[in-house]
Write a protein that binds this ligand. Structure first.
Ligand SMILES: [Zn+2]
Length: 377
């Protein structure tokens, strides 16, 4: 009898003990979940380093340079949102941080998202292959696939390149701890004559960045801090246009079915602050106009700056200096510039179209250098 009573008491307290542990275990788990949602972190990883062998366009623009620009713009677009951004690459480009180091850092920080930014290559020789891809790990979770699908769709729509799909591969950096949603983006081919024209321009890089940033905002349900400053670059002036048709309608959104919000007239000049599917956003905020009925105001500066002087750095082997913005014009001044050279420019003007790019820098000395493979710094 006593034995039974003792047994019953013991089992009761054991039962209570188990219940207690279960309860607190679940509570702690829940609290951890809440903490993770309240302190959201993402890791951005610009693939490679500046000096990584291979990994460049056929005309020698480094993949890291492109990856880094996109990663910087993503940071800019996520500024003011309730998320902390950490980079795993070396932002100076000097060190190609090893894949193991990148993965270890990711695992120790345990972010909500890991996003590796890359640009693709097929043969290393120019071709007309084209498109974007987003990878998740072959052994990844459904969440990885869900996020990869979301970002690949946004990238293709924003950048305007074919969606080659959300794919799976056993990429080392994607093999981080379960619970970290991880993707690797390939934003167009460096050796594609089609994609090159987009991925080497600020406009194309910003579109890539916006697609990823908007994917992050949607996936994590991020909220913008109301006290945050508006992004200075949201209204960055791209260029000026002159209207070439008698009357051109302004639409609320960049499509023909959108509401008309006003009109502009022939020979008027407007500043464009964003571009989408052939439409330009007016700086005034009145809406969008269809750019086919405009010309870029020749000699108007892109991103005009006060004293109209800026530095341009040569990022390819050799750049020719000419008397006119034309590749057949006579050589002038220093005749040619080399990788790493910096010159002072006063303007960007329209000139001969080379590989789909007709923009030329006008140097302070009054000469011209084609803008391909040059960077404004
Ligand atoms: Zn890469």
């Amino acid at each position: 009898m006593l034995a039974m009573k003792l047994y019953s008491l013991a089992s009761k307290s054991l039962f209570k003990h188990i219940l207690k542990r279960r309860f607190y275990g679940a509570l702690i788990k829940q609290l951890r979940k809440i903490e993770r949602r309240n302190n959201m972190k993402i890791i951005l990883d610009a693939g490679h380093g500046y000096n990584t062998p291979g990994k460049r366009t056929p005309d020698n623009i480094r993949e890291w340079t492109l990856n880094n620009k996109v990663a910087n713009y993503i940071e800019e677009y996520l500024r003011g949102y309730n998320v902390e951004i950490i980079r795993t690459d070396d932002k100076s480009g000097n060190i190609d941080v090893s894949l193991a180091e990148r993965r270890n850092k990711t695992n120790s920080i345990f972010p909500n998202l890991f996003i590796s930014i890359h640009h693709n290559a097929l043969t290393g020789n120019w071709g007309n292959h084209s498109g974007i891809e987003v990878y998740s790990h072959t052994l990844g979770t459904l969440e990885d696939v869900k996020f990869a699908n979301l970002v690949s769709k946004k990238m293709s729509e924003k950048i305007g390149l074919p969606n080659r799909g959300s794919k799976k591969a056993q990429y080392y950096v994607l093999g981080c701890k379960p619970g970290i949603t991880a993707i690797l983006c390939e934003g167009g081919f460096m050796d594609s004559t089609i994609d090159y024209k987009i991925i080497t321009t600020e406009d194309g890089q910003r579109k890539y960045a916006q697609a990823v940033a908007y994917g992050v905002i949607e996936y994590l349900g991020l909220i913008k801090n109301e006290n945050s400053q508006p992004q200075a670059n949201e209204q960055k002036e791209l260029y000026k246009v002159k209207i070439t048709t008698p009357v051109l309608r302004i639409r609320k959104d960049p499509n023909i079915n959108s509401n008309i919000t006003g009109k502009v007239f022939k020979n008027q000049v407007y500043t464009i602050v964003a571009e989408e599917n052939g439409w330009g956003k007016l700086k005034s905020g009145a809406g969008w106009i269809y750019l086919s009925y405009t010309t870029r105001n020749i000699n108007s500066s892109i991103n005009p700056i006060k004293n109209n002087k800026f530095n341009v750095k040569v990022k390819k082997k050799r750049a020719m200096v000419r008397c006119q913005p034309n590749s057949k014009a006579n050589l002038a001044g220093s005749r040619e510039l080399h990788f790493g050279d910096v010159f002072i420019a006063t303007d960007i003007v329209k000139g001969e179209n080379v590989n789909g790019n007709n923009l030329w820098y006008k140097s302070a000395k009054g000469n011209y250098v084609w803008s391909g493979g040059l960077n404004r710094i």
